[in-house]
Design a protein around this ligand. Structure first.
Ligand code: PEP
Length: 242
């Protein structure tokens, strides 16, 4: 079964949250669902949809507590019922200057509260064009996972930055090749087999092809996860063989 995880980013208010809850009726066998929602909606989403989907956050502080105005700790996320949290999404890295070292500390903080990190990695367009994809991914993984506790669950999301919100995607062959590389690297460096999702402009119309086969374990979906029917459609088509 594929992992179909959504990332609402900074979208939706309580009206849309209520509508989403009302219409989210996935057949159990379609996918393992996860939805990363804005902080204020975690508790309600968890209460109402927690049996149908894992409810998570999009960011966490690296610190445990204290004078960090505006930050939210892993302990607080656990308190609200978050079961997973994105780490190092490219928007956090690019807009807020999040580094691999911060990601490493965030992974550690989340795992200490039994919240599953979803570590997001990916190259920019320039890095892709300069053929630096592998070296960028390697350092994001090497540092980001260096304090990970592999006795607890952790997932990787490969999201080429140039594919996020642009409507562009790598070819299926490129997705499979890059995710195979990520899996091989993690296996070599950390002796682990981790699930790796693909993210970047996944929609109902391309999910079947992008997620087909055994290499890609699922998808992290931004824009298309805001529309409940499209999100459920992605899960359904990801299940079908091509
Ligand atoms: C994302 O936000 O992680 C993402 C993949 O966005 P989109 O699906 O809109 O490209």
């Amino acid at each position: 079964m594929k992992y179909i995880f959504g990332n609402w980013k900074m979208n939706n208010t309580s009206v849309e949250v209520k509508d989403f809850i009302k219409s989210f009726k996935p057949p159990k066998e379609d996918a393992v669902f996860g939805i990363a929602v804005p902080f204020p909606y975690i508790k309600e989403m968890q209460k109402k949809l927690g049996k149908k989907a894992q409810i998570g956050a999009q960011n966490v502080s690296f610190a445990e507590s204290g004078a960090y105005t505006g930050e939210i700790s892993a302990k607080m996320l656990a308190d609200c019922g978050a079961s997973f949290c994105l780490v190092g999404h490219s928007e956090r890295r690019q807009i807020f200057g999040e580094t691999n070292e911060w990601c490493r500390e965030k992974v550690k903080a989340l795992q200490s509260r039994n919240i599953m990190p979803v570590l997001c990695i990916g190259e920019t367009l320039q890095e892709n064009e300069q053929k630096k994809t592998k070296s960028v991914l390697k350092s994001q993984l090497k540092i980001g996972l260096s304090k990970a506790d592999f006795s607890k669950k952790i997932i990787i999301a490969y999201e080429p930055v140039w594919a996020i919100g642009t409507g562009k995607t790598p070819t299926k062959k490129e997705v499979d090749q890059t995710i195979s590389y990520i899996k091989e690297y993690i296996n070599k460096e950390f002796k682990q087999n981790l699930k790796v999702l693909y993210g970047g402009s996944v929609k109902a119309s391309n999910a079947k092809e992008l997620l087909s086969g055994d290499i890609v374990d699922g998808a992290l979906i931004g824009g298309a996860s805001l529309k409940v029917n499209e999100f459920l459609e992605i899960a359904k088509s990801a299940k079908e063989k091509i």
